[in-house]
Design a protein around this ligand. Sequence first.
Ligand SMILES: Nc1ncnc2c1ncn2[C@@H]1O[C@H](COP(=O)(O)OP(=O)(O)OP(=O)(O)O)[C@@H](O)[C@H]1O
Ligand SMILES: [Mg+2]
Length: 268
Amino acid sequence: MTLAMASDVEAAASINPVVAVRGLAVAYDRTPVLRGVDLDLYAGETVALLGASGSGKSTLMRSLTGFAPITAGSVRVAGGEVAAMRPRELRALRAEVGQVFQQFNLIPRLSVLTNVLTGCLHRAGAFNLVGGFTREQRTRALDLLDRVGIAHKATEPARSLSGGQQQRVAIARALMQRPRVILADEPVASLDPKLADSVLGLLRDIARQDRIPVLVSLHVLPLALAHSDRIVGLRHGEVVVAAPTSQLDAAALAVVYDDEEGTDEHHD
Ligand SMILES: Nc1ncnc2c1ncn2[C@@H]1O[C@H](COP(=O)(O)OP(=O)(O)OP(=O)(O)O)[C@@H](O)[C@H]1O
Ligand SMILES: [Mg+2]
Protein backbone atom coordinates (compact mmCIF):
# COMPACT_ATOMS: atom_id res chain seq x y z
CA MET A 1 0.00 0.00 0.00
CA THR A 2 2.82 2.34 0.87
CA LEU A 3 4.41 1.49 -2.46
CA ALA A 4 1.20 2.24 -4.32
CA MET A 5 0.96 5.58 -2.54
CA ALA A 6 4.56 6.40 -3.34
CA SER A 7 4.04 5.72 -7.03
CA ASP A 8 0.86 7.81 -6.95
CA VAL A 9 2.89 10.66 -5.54
CA GLU A 10 5.47 10.18 -8.27
CA ALA A 11 2.80 10.08 -10.93
CA ALA A 12 1.26 13.28 -9.58
CA ALA A 13 4.68 14.93 -9.55
CA SER A 14 5.22 14.17 -13.20
CA ILE A 15 1.81 15.57 -14.13
CA ASN A 16 1.67 18.66 -11.92
CA PRO A 17 4.39 21.20 -12.45
CA VAL A 18 6.26 22.35 -9.35
CA VAL A 19 6.23 25.86 -10.79
CA ALA A 20 3.35 27.16 -12.91
CA VAL A 21 3.46 30.72 -14.20
CA ARG A 22 0.54 32.03 -16.26
CA GLY A 23 0.21 35.41 -17.93
CA LEU A 24 2.76 36.96 -15.62
CA ALA A 25 3.29 40.68 -15.91
CA VAL A 26 5.88 42.57 -13.88
CA ALA A 27 6.43 46.31 -14.03
CA TYR A 28 8.86 48.65 -12.32
CA ASP A 29 7.48 52.18 -12.01
CA ARG A 30 4.88 51.34 -14.64
CA THR A 31 7.56 50.23 -17.08
CA PRO A 32 6.66 46.69 -18.14
CA VAL A 33 9.53 44.25 -17.71
CA LEU A 34 7.67 40.94 -18.15
CA ARG A 35 4.57 40.56 -20.28
CA GLY A 36 2.25 37.55 -20.48
CA VAL A 37 4.92 35.07 -19.41
CA ASP A 38 3.96 31.39 -19.12
CA LEU A 39 6.39 28.90 -17.61
CA ASP A 40 6.03 25.39 -16.23
CA LEU A 41 8.82 23.61 -14.39
CA TYR A 42 8.45 19.88 -13.79
CA ALA A 43 10.22 17.65 -11.31
CA GLY A 44 13.45 16.25 -12.71
CA GLU A 45 13.93 18.64 -15.61
CA THR A 46 16.53 21.29 -16.30
CA VAL A 47 15.16 24.31 -18.12
CA ALA A 48 17.55 26.83 -19.63
CA LEU A 49 16.39 30.45 -19.60
CA LEU A 50 17.86 32.52 -22.41
CA GLY A 51 17.56 36.18 -23.23
CA ALA A 52 19.65 39.23 -23.99
CA SER A 53 20.74 41.44 -21.13
CA GLY A 54 17.68 43.24 -19.76
CA SER A 55 15.19 40.78 -21.25
CA GLY A 56 13.88 39.90 -17.78
CA LYS A 57 15.58 36.61 -16.81
CA SER A 58 16.52 37.66 -13.29
CA THR A 59 13.17 39.37 -12.84
CA LEU A 60 11.37 36.15 -13.77
CA MET A 61 13.43 34.26 -11.21
CA ARG A 62 12.78 36.92 -8.57
CA SER A 63 9.06 36.73 -9.22
CA LEU A 64 9.14 33.04 -8.23
CA THR A 65 10.21 34.02 -4.71
CA GLY A 66 8.03 37.11 -4.39
CA PHE A 67 10.79 39.64 -5.00
CA ALA A 68 9.30 41.26 -8.10
CA PRO A 69 6.30 43.57 -8.41
CA ILE A 70 3.71 41.30 -10.06
CA THR A 71 1.03 43.36 -11.79
CA ALA A 72 -0.96 40.56 -13.45
CA GLY A 73 -1.12 36.83 -13.84
CA SER A 74 -0.48 33.87 -11.62
CA VAL A 75 2.76 32.49 -10.14
CA ARG A 76 2.31 29.18 -8.38
CA VAL A 77 5.28 27.54 -6.68
CA ALA A 78 4.80 24.19 -4.94
CA GLY A 79 1.06 24.78 -5.01
CA GLY A 80 1.04 28.26 -3.45
CA GLU A 81 0.11 31.52 -5.18
CA VAL A 82 3.13 33.76 -4.64
CA ALA A 83 1.36 37.11 -5.09
CA ALA A 84 -1.16 36.19 -2.38
CA MET A 85 1.42 35.11 0.21
CA ARG A 86 1.83 36.89 3.52
CA PRO A 87 5.36 37.63 4.78
CA ARG A 88 5.40 34.45 6.86
CA GLU A 89 4.37 32.29 3.89
CA LEU A 90 6.92 34.05 1.69
CA ARG A 91 9.66 33.20 4.19
CA ALA A 92 8.55 29.57 4.15
CA LEU A 93 8.56 29.60 0.34
CA ARG A 94 12.06 31.12 0.18
CA ALA A 95 13.30 28.39 2.53
CA GLU A 96 12.23 25.86 -0.08
CA VAL A 97 13.78 27.55 -3.10
CA GLY A 98 17.48 26.90 -3.59
CA GLN A 99 19.34 29.71 -5.31
CA VAL A 100 22.68 29.78 -7.07
CA PHE A 101 24.22 33.02 -8.31
CA GLN A 102 26.92 34.15 -10.70
CA GLN A 103 29.11 35.44 -7.87
CA PHE A 104 28.52 32.40 -5.61
CA ASN A 105 27.60 34.66 -2.65
CA LEU A 106 29.60 32.67 -0.11
CA ILE A 107 30.92 34.14 3.11
CA PRO A 108 34.64 34.25 2.22
CA ARG A 109 36.23 33.95 5.68
CA LEU A 110 33.99 31.11 6.87
CA SER A 111 34.83 27.49 6.22
CA VAL A 112 33.35 25.65 3.29
CA LEU A 113 31.40 23.45 5.72
CA THR A 114 29.92 26.44 7.58
CA ASN A 115 28.92 28.04 4.29
CA VAL A 116 26.97 24.89 3.39
CA LEU A 117 25.40 24.84 6.84
CA THR A 118 24.07 28.37 6.36
CA GLY A 119 21.61 26.74 3.96
CA CYS A 120 19.75 25.59 7.11
CA LEU A 121 19.28 29.10 8.42
CA HIS A 122 16.32 29.91 6.20
CA ARG A 123 14.35 27.44 8.24
CA ALA A 124 15.99 27.61 11.63
CA GLY A 125 16.29 31.38 12.00
CA ALA A 126 18.87 33.23 14.07
CA PHE A 127 17.96 31.39 17.26
CA ASN A 128 19.68 28.18 16.19
CA LEU A 129 22.77 30.08 15.18
CA VAL A 130 23.37 30.67 18.88
CA GLY A 131 23.12 26.99 19.72
CA GLY A 132 25.22 26.00 16.73
CA PHE A 133 24.39 23.38 14.16
CA THR A 134 23.33 19.88 15.10
CA ARG A 135 25.44 16.81 14.46
CA GLU A 136 22.82 15.68 11.97
CA GLN A 137 23.08 18.96 10.05
CA ARG A 138 26.89 18.73 9.97
CA THR A 139 26.76 15.15 8.72
CA ARG A 140 24.33 16.16 6.02
CA ALA A 141 26.48 19.12 4.99
CA LEU A 142 29.52 16.85 4.70
CA ASP A 143 27.54 14.34 2.66
CA LEU A 144 26.48 17.12 0.30
CA LEU A 145 30.07 18.34 -0.04
CA ASP A 146 31.02 14.78 -0.90
CA ARG A 147 28.25 14.69 -3.48
CA VAL A 148 29.49 17.84 -5.20
CA GLY A 149 33.05 16.50 -5.09
CA ILE A 150 34.80 18.80 -2.59
CA ALA A 151 34.50 17.11 0.81
CA HIS A 152 38.29 17.40 1.14
CA LYS A 153 37.94 21.19 1.25
CA ALA A 154 35.40 21.23 4.12
CA THR A 155 37.60 22.99 6.68
CA GLU A 156 39.18 25.52 4.34
CA PRO A 157 37.96 29.10 4.13
CA ALA A 158 35.63 29.58 1.18
CA ARG A 159 37.85 32.35 -0.23
CA SER A 160 40.70 29.87 -0.80
CA LEU A 161 38.69 27.87 -3.36
CA SER A 162 38.65 28.28 -7.13
CA GLY A 163 35.52 29.66 -8.80
CA GLY A 164 34.33 26.23 -9.88
CA GLN A 165 34.80 24.88 -6.38
CA GLN A 166 33.01 27.86 -4.84
CA GLN A 167 30.05 27.29 -7.11
CA ARG A 168 29.95 23.67 -5.96
CA VAL A 169 29.82 24.91 -2.36
CA ALA A 170 26.94 27.19 -3.31
CA ILE A 171 25.12 24.24 -4.88
CA ALA A 172 25.66 22.14 -1.73
CA ARG A 173 24.33 25.07 0.31
CA ALA A 174 21.21 25.19 -1.85
CA LEU A 175 20.74 21.43 -1.42
CA MET A 176 21.02 21.85 2.35
CA GLN A 177 17.63 23.60 2.11
CA ARG A 178 16.04 20.42 0.70
CA PRO A 179 14.74 22.68 -2.07
CA ARG A 180 11.53 22.12 -4.03
CA VAL A 181 13.14 23.94 -6.95
CA ILE A 182 16.57 25.36 -7.76
CA LEU A 183 16.98 28.73 -9.47
CA ALA A 184 20.44 29.32 -10.88
CA ASP A 185 20.94 32.84 -12.26
CA GLU A 186 23.93 32.76 -14.63
CA PRO A 187 25.76 30.24 -12.43
CA VAL A 188 28.62 29.74 -14.85
CA ALA A 189 29.16 33.26 -16.16
CA SER A 190 32.34 33.60 -14.06
CA LEU A 191 33.75 30.17 -14.91
CA ASP A 192 35.97 28.92 -17.71
CA PRO A 193 34.31 26.65 -20.32
CA LYS A 194 35.45 23.39 -18.74
CA LEU A 195 34.22 24.33 -15.28
CA ALA A 196 31.01 25.67 -16.80
CA ASP A 197 30.36 22.25 -18.31
CA SER A 198 31.01 20.46 -15.07
CA VAL A 199 28.85 22.78 -12.94
CA LEU A 200 25.95 22.60 -15.41
CA GLY A 201 26.34 18.81 -15.56
CA LEU A 202 26.15 18.70 -11.78
CA LEU A 203 22.97 20.80 -11.70
CA ARG A 204 21.32 18.57 -14.28
CA ASP A 205 22.29 15.42 -12.35
CA ILE A 206 20.75 16.93 -9.23
CA ALA A 207 17.52 17.72 -11.07
CA ARG A 208 17.24 14.13 -12.27
CA GLN A 209 18.36 12.36 -9.13
CA ASP A 210 16.47 14.51 -6.62
CA ARG A 211 13.42 14.90 -8.87
CA ILE A 212 13.37 18.68 -8.61
CA PRO A 213 13.23 21.24 -11.38
CA VAL A 214 16.27 23.39 -12.09
CA LEU A 215 15.84 26.72 -13.89
CA VAL A 216 19.17 28.02 -15.11
CA SER A 217 19.75 31.29 -16.95
CA LEU A 218 22.59 31.28 -19.44
CA HIS A 219 24.17 33.57 -22.00
CA VAL A 220 25.99 30.89 -24.00
CA LEU A 221 23.83 29.00 -26.52
CA PRO A 222 25.96 25.86 -26.82
CA LEU A 223 25.85 25.47 -23.04
CA ALA A 224 22.06 25.76 -23.07
CA LEU A 225 21.79 23.25 -25.91
CA ALA A 226 24.14 20.80 -24.17
CA HIS A 227 22.80 20.97 -20.62
CA SER A 228 19.03 21.40 -20.66
CA ASP A 229 15.86 19.42 -21.33
CA ARG A 230 13.89 22.46 -22.41
CA ILE A 231 14.70 26.01 -23.38
CA VAL A 232 12.65 29.12 -22.69
CA GLY A 233 13.74 32.29 -24.45
CA LEU A 234 12.76 35.79 -23.38
CA ARG A 235 12.91 38.85 -25.59
CA HIS A 236 11.90 42.23 -24.18
CA GLY A 237 10.03 40.49 -21.39
CA GLU A 238 8.06 38.09 -23.56
CA VAL A 239 8.52 34.38 -24.16
CA VAL A 240 9.56 33.93 -27.79
CA VAL A 241 10.84 30.35 -27.56
CA ALA A 242 9.58 27.47 -25.42
CA ALA A 243 10.44 23.99 -26.65
CA PRO A 244 12.29 20.80 -25.82
CA THR A 245 16.01 21.31 -26.36
CA SER A 246 16.10 18.34 -28.75
CA GLN A 247 13.89 20.34 -31.14
CA LEU A 248 16.08 23.45 -31.10
CA ASP A 249 19.35 24.60 -32.60
CA ALA A 250 21.26 27.87 -32.79
CA ALA A 251 19.23 29.04 -35.79
CA ALA A 252 15.92 28.44 -33.99
CA LEU A 253 17.20 30.39 -31.00
CA ALA A 254 18.30 33.41 -33.04
CA VAL A 255 14.87 34.99 -32.47
CA VAL A 256 15.79 35.42 -28.81
CA TYR A 257 18.59 37.81 -29.73
CA ASP A 258 16.91 39.41 -32.72
CA ASP A 259 17.08 43.05 -31.74
CA GLU A 260 14.27 44.62 -33.75
CA GLU A 261 12.37 46.63 -31.15
CA GLY A 262 8.59 46.52 -31.03
CA THR A 263 8.13 49.61 -33.19
CA ASP A 264 4.58 50.22 -31.92
CA GLU A 265 6.12 50.68 -28.48
CA HIS A 266 8.10 53.67 -29.69
CA HIS A 267 5.41 55.38 -31.68
CA ASP A 268 2.38 55.33 -29.43
N1 LIG B 1 14.62 46.84 -9.14
C1 LIG B 1 14.44 47.33 -10.37
N2 LIG B 1 13.95 48.57 -10.54
C2 LIG B 1 13.75 49.07 -11.78
N3 LIG B 1 13.98 48.39 -12.93
C3 LIG B 1 14.45 47.15 -12.80
C4 LIG B 1 14.70 46.55 -11.53
N4 LIG B 1 15.15 45.29 -11.75
C5 LIG B 1 15.20 45.11 -13.08
N5 LIG B 1 14.78 46.22 -13.71
C6 LIG B 1 14.69 46.38 -15.17
O1 LIG B 1 14.03 45.24 -15.68
C7 LIG B 1 14.59 44.84 -16.91
C8 LIG B 1 14.96 43.39 -16.86
O2 LIG B 1 16.01 43.24 -15.94
P1 LIG B 1 16.59 41.81 -15.54
O3 LIG B 1 17.63 42.05 -14.52
O4 LIG B 1 15.48 40.91 -15.20
O5 LIG B 1 17.25 41.34 -16.92
P2 LIG B 1 18.18 40.08 -17.23
O6 LIG B 1 17.59 39.38 -18.38
O7 LIG B 1 18.40 39.31 -15.99
O8 LIG B 1 19.53 40.78 -17.70
P3 LIG B 1 21.07 40.32 -17.53
O9 LIG B 1 21.32 39.28 -18.59
O10 LIG B 1 21.85 41.57 -17.77
O11 LIG B 1 21.23 39.77 -16.14
C9 LIG B 1 15.76 45.79 -17.19
O12 LIG B 1 15.34 46.77 -18.08
C10 LIG B 1 16.06 46.37 -15.84
O13 LIG B 1 16.58 47.65 -15.95
MG1 LIG C 1 20.07 38.86 -14.85
